[in-house]
Design a protein around this ligand. Structure first.
Ligand code: ZN
Length: 244
């Protein structure tokens, strides 16, 4: 079975569509695993939820999904994110809201735990350091954990000797799953922050036990034009060009 691991679509329909086309081009996926933040920041929240729902998928809730339906406060958001969140809330249909409300914070699938932020704090914690990763290995039972939230593709390893290491997850590095427990971040579809503006996602092949990362160019200018049209904060528009 092949699983497409996607995260942080952030209402960027052009990026999401480019990723779905790329998945198909590479031989399709039996199921899509989405790690949350379908909405927030971008100009097409309703369309992204609708498109995700057309795929065979499972999904966990991200902090932006919860904020858009009023389940969490936006006080921890910066002013741009909060403004985009208020705009997003006005775009959602009752079906969109019902769909987001039903999303779990954590879900398990075979050897994997899926969560948006971290297994310890599903919607808010960023795993960007070895110390944060090391502590979080105690908070999930499965061998592997898939996280997003930081929008940076990363791999954290927990070795048998109890030490933890990390490496960038890049397109030229095929990840072979073995005995080591791992926390894996596939990067962001709709708002990458690792300096590469291309959409990021991964495919897990359960037969070969390998995970590959892919980067996909998309029409950034088209998404930016829609954001400007909707008067979304200009800094959110600009960052898409640089992938930061
Ligand atoms: Zn996000």
């Amino acid at each position: 079975m092949r699983y497409a691991i996607i995260a942080d679509i952030h209402a960027n329909l052009a990026a999401f569509m480019a990723v779905l086309v790329d998945i198909e081009r590479r031989g399709e996926a039996d199921e899509v695993w989405c790690l949350g933040d379908i909405v927030g920041y971008g100009p097409e929240p309703h369309q992204c939820i609708e498109l995700l729902r057309q795929t065979n998928h499972i999904c966990v809730a991200g902090n932006h999904d919860l904020a858009a339906i009023g389940e969490v406060d936006t006080f921890e958001f910066n002013p741009d994110a909060a403004a985009a969140c208020q705009w997003t809330a006005r775009q959602l249909t009752t079906q969109d809201i019902a769909y987001l409300k039903k999303l779990p914070l954590v879900t398990e699938k075979g050897d994997f735990t899926l969560v948006h932020g971290s297994p310890r704090q599903p919607s808010w914690e960023y795993i960007l350091s070895i110390s944060a990763a090391k502590e979080n290995f105690a908070y999930f039972k499965s061998k592997f954990c898939l996280v997003s939230h930081s929008h940076v593709p990363l791999i954290f390893r927990y070795t048998k000797t109890g030490s933890c290491s990390f490496s960038q997850f890049s397109t030229n590095k095929e990840l072979a799953l073995g005995e080591e427990r791992l926390i894996i971040n596939p990067g962001a579809v709709g708002q990458p922050r690792d300096g590469d503006p291309r959409a990021s996602y991964a495919i897990y092949d359960s037969e070969t036990r390998k995970v590959n990362l892919y980067r996909v160019p998309y029409d950034i200018a088209a998404t930016q034009a829609k954001m400007v049209e909707q008067r979304l904060p200009i800094r959110l528009v600009a960052r898409l060009s640089h992938g930061v």
